[in-house]
Design a protein around this ligand. Sequence first.
Ligand code: 5GP
Length: 140
Amino acid sequence: MDTYDSNNIFAEILRGEVPVHKVYEDGATLAFMDTTPRTDGHVLVIPKVRARNILDVAPDILADLMIKTQRIAVAIKTALKADGLSIQQYSESAGGQTVFHLHIHILPRYRGVPLRSPAEIMPGNSLLAAQAESIRKALA
Ligand code: 5GP
């Protein structure tokens, strides 16, 4: 059964209906800055196919998504001088998922700095644009 509902914000982003600060894009994957980051430099990596979460995604799509996630994570750690990274994926409401298009969170971590609560802050566009640019440069 197809559990994917294309009426979600990431589907709108993929259709070009909502602007994002892009970090990486290829034929299968899009990565962009989270607008309410739980750490400075919080990035989301999504596949370009209809996939609700880890429960329905095709294994080859997931494998490719994780390969891209690793590459982007390395660039984020370098660009934003992070001490480490947390990689998160939530599936279904009970698992903490709020947007029902598969996404991987990359959270740069700094020693002694806890994660913020969801939606605790909304940085200005200029900061997100600068972070995205520095990550893109590290990927180049
Ligand atoms: P979830 O809780 O589903 O794993 O995470 C959804 C994520 O999407 C949250 O971190 C939230 O801040 C982010 N998000 C929600 N709406 C938007 C949006 O319109 N643009 C961007 N860039 N991120 C969003």
